[in-house]
Design a protein around this ligand. Structure first.
Ligand code: ADP
Ligand code: UDP
Length: 239
């Protein structure tokens, strides 16, 4: 598949058209950003690790019946995906309290939730991705009520599948962010990426963070942690 014109350059990826109008080529970049891009860095090799981790996880959940945009991995930093119209929402599922949840509500950090907590955020960098309710989603028609049900069902299922998969390799899935899009026939499918940039992952025995919090909190060994995640899921395979 040929790399045609660039459709979009984001903080972590570039999207290119291909000769097939229904397929995009995604390039995973080495850049890392946090706090709405106020903190920026480049880490050589990060793009390649996230490309591989995301391809692996999208393929894994696809094999378990979840519809995703993933088509195939092309090389170290590129993968082909189905082009979708992105639904302007970020769906966050949490298993353990941390991050913005604790800041916003003043609840204790590191508490295991009795059942996964699902939240919607509006995908809008200028507004710093505010949290929204289902009523906001339907009032402003960001997604239809039927689509909201699909987003919730798929997100909880993906969380369950990945929680189990990570546990097999000694990693706790603390929380994750998912994005969805509509295909030309209006089917809702999972899009974007699933990687240590978009999930919180803690080592089960040491509690060590193996995700973007290492960058957010200046903990060091960012690349090493992403590599550790890739090595564990790609080697400790039980599929
Ligand atoms: P950001 O836009 O937040 O800086 P990225 O650098 O990850 O993030 O850019 C990737 C962009 O591509 C995101 O806006 C995401 O919603 C969008 N995207 C992901 N998958 C697809 C897809 N299959 N079709 C169209 N757009 C997509
Ligand atoms: N997340 C993300 N993109 C965002 C915001 C959050 O991928 O724009 C992920 C984040 O990595 C974490 C989960 O969503 O795995 C929940 O993040 P939280 O709301 O706690 O926000 P943060 O503390 O990162 O601001």
């Amino acid at each position: 598949m040929e790399k045609h014109s660039m459709l979009y350059e984001g903080k972590a990826k570039k999207l290119f058209e291909t000769e097939d109008p229904s397929i995009l080529l995604i390039e995973y970049k080495d850049s890392l950003t946090a706090f709405n891009a106020q903190k920026k860095s480049t880490l050589s090799g990060k793009g390649s690790l996230n490309n591989k981790i995301s391809a692996y996880l999208l393929e894994f959940i696809g094999s378990r019946g979840i519809p995703t945009h993933f088509v195939k991995i092309v090389d170290e930093t590129h993968q082909l995906v189905k082009k979708v119209g992105i639904i302007p929402l970020e769906v966050v599922v949490r298993n353990i309290t941390t991050g913005s949840l604790c800041k916003r509500l003043g609840v204790k950090e590191g508490v295991e939730l009795k059942k996964p907590l699902l939240e919607f955020y509006l995908k809008d960098d200028a507004l710093e991705d505010p949290i929204v309710t289902e009523d906001h989603v339907s009032a402003f028609e960001w997604a239809s009520p039927a689509e909201v049900e699909i987003l919730k069902r798929i997100s909880l299922e993906v969380n369950k599948l990945l929680k189990e998969r990570f546990l097999q390799v000694g990693i706790v899935l603390v929380d994750l962010k998912l994005e969805f899009g509509r295909t030309p026939d209006n089917t809702v499918i999972l899009a974007d990426e699933i990687s240590p940039d978009t999930c919180r992952l803690w080592d089960i025995s040491s509690g060590e963070k193996l995700d973007k919090d290492r960058f957010r909190k200046d903990l060091g060994n960012v690349l090493e942690s992403y590599r550790e995640v890739w090595e564990r899921i790609s080697k400790g395979e039980k599929r």
